[in-house]
Ligand binder design. Structure first.
Ligand code: PFF
Length: 457
């Protein structure tokens, strides 16, 4: 155990813990997935329900995962075995590992797209193009059988080598610079996007809720997005929490990560929708949304100062790729650590198994958008089907079990002790936290599923 701990990061400071968790949480989920899910589900009302899911389910479940990780000092596959030996709870851990592995596969496809867009931005691929050209450009690229695969392989190998080398130190340090720079660029792009002519309609779409559009799907979508964006329900944050020190305040860390993650997502919405409405792109364009909308912002908002547009567009996609990288590393780490601990493979061998397996899923999901788009499951292509299954079903299910485990199964003195750093912190929110874990989160999640199945009237 000791040796295994030395191989992975041991967060030295409270800030280190927050940054590592935020590095996992902030990624494509905020800048790519949040806007298109908001667009698919009608805008502002979805965002309100999303915020409800983050604060009501997300933060307490994040605390629950932190509790499981810090107390067990094991990665997710082993954590339940340490805390509830000889029971079926270990299957919740295994479900998390499987979910993370599937997400890694298709997430890296999109991460690869960011590399193509860095390349396009750097080689003046955006210049002189109209909004329609960007749509065609994305279609050509994503339906090409080879090019997205090339970027997928490059991105997956970059993740692989970082995980194998365990250069978390570097990642942790660079994220201290990268995160603030990303934040500043996102703010800058917000201003650019909001000043485009016709941007008001996008702001209205984002801020004026139309509750007539709220269907069962909207609740399921918002819940899935909250779990996905906060990296919950697959033991990623519990694995990270196994490296939290005694002084880390779990509640404070959960709140900080939740706020950072939510701010980045809402700001991403404030970039995409004003721009999309300004150039006449439909908000429900799906996974292609940011790739067909953003190049217009660079193109139009900086038309007076093209050099600035050039620099900002490259910088933006580089930072997006790096934000995706800190998330793919955390996804990869969960499966690698699991194979390493459970089957005693070396870390290198474990990482290779994960990389090769995830590449297979990645290749299938990538081809599903082009050559293999005719193969569908439940009316969805394979890419969308994996996204649906993992984000909207598997993450909430295993998150719900984490809540039940901490709320009902784990010894109460441990739960209180972890929440209050063994009596050194105030515990005014503790009763509310426990009430949510015991009742609100499990019942709420089940109700959302039942509602989706059309069984609630
Ligand atoms: N939260 C990441 C994002 O928003 O991009 C994606 C993710 C990372 C999901 C790690 C789940 C996870 F365990």
């Amino acid at each position: 155990m000791k040796q295994h701990h030395n191989e992975r990061v041991n967060f030295g400071s409270r800030l280190g813990a927050i940054l590592a968790a935020a590095g996992s949480a902030v990624g494509l989920g905020n800048i790519w997935r949040f806007p298109y899910e908001t667009g698919n589900h009608g805008g502002a009302a979805f965002i309100l329900i999303y915020l409800g899911c983050v604060f009501i389910f997300g933060l307490p479940i994040m605390m629950a995962e932190f509790t499981i990780g810090r107390r067990s000092k094991a990665s997710t596959g082993g954590a339940y075995e340490v805390l509830a030996p000889g029971t079926c709870w270990k299957w919740v851990g295994y479900l998390g590992v499987l979910t993370g592995f599937l997400i890694l596969g298709y997430y890296t496809v999109v991460a690869g797209w960011t590399l193509e867009y860095i390349f396009q931005a750097a080689t003046l691929g955006f210049s002189e193009k109209t909004p329609d050209d960007f749509v065609v450009m994305f279609q050509h690229f994503s339906q090409n059988p080879l090019r997205p695969l090339l970027w997928l392989f490059i991105f997956m190998f970059a993740t692989h080598f970082i995980v194998v080398r365990g250069v978390k130190e570097g990642i942790e340090k660079s994220s201290k610079i990268m995160m603030p720079v990303l934040f500043v660029l996102v703010l800058l792009l917000c201003v650019c996007s909001l000043t485009l002519p016709g941007a008001e309609k996008g702001v209205e779409f984002l801020l004026k809720p139309d509750f007539s559009k709220v269907t069962a799907d909207v609740f399921l979508g918002a819940m899935g997005q909250a779990f996905f964006s906060l990296s919950l329900g697959m033991g990623c944050l519990s694995t990270y929490a196994s490296y939290f020190g005694k002084e880390t305040r779990l509640g404070h860390t959960a709140m900080s990560v939740g706020l950072i993650d939510t701010c980045v997502a809402v700001l991403a919405g404030l970039i995409i929708f004003p721009a999309a409405f300004a150039v006449g792109i439909q908000p429900d364009a799906g996974p292609s949304l940011i790739f067909i909308t953003l190049p217009n912002v660079f193109q139009q908002a900086f038309s007076g100062i093209p050099v600035l547009g050039y620099v900002c567009s490259i910088a933006f996609y580089v930072l997006l790729a790096l934000a995706a990288l800190t998330s793919t590393i955390s996804l990869h780490e969960v499966s690698t650590a699991f194979l390493h601990e459970k089957f005693h493979f070396t870390r290198t061998r474990a990482a290779w198994i994960v990389t090769v397996g995830a590449l297979v899923i990645g290749v299938v999901s990538s081809l599903a958008l082009g050559e293999w788009s005719a193969y569908t499951i439940g009316g969805m292509n394979i890419f969308d089907a994996i996204d649906y299954l993992t984000a909207k079903i598997m993450l909430p299910v295993s998150g719900m079990f984490a809540a039940i485990f901490v709320g009902w199964v784990l010894d109460r003195s441990i739960v209180r002790g972890e929440a209050t750093n063994y009596g050194t912190l105030k515990s005014s929110y503790y009763p509310l936290y426990l009430f949510i874990l015991k009742f609100v989160a499990p019942i709420g999640i089940v109700l959302i599923f039942v509602n989706e199945l059309g069984l609630l009237g």
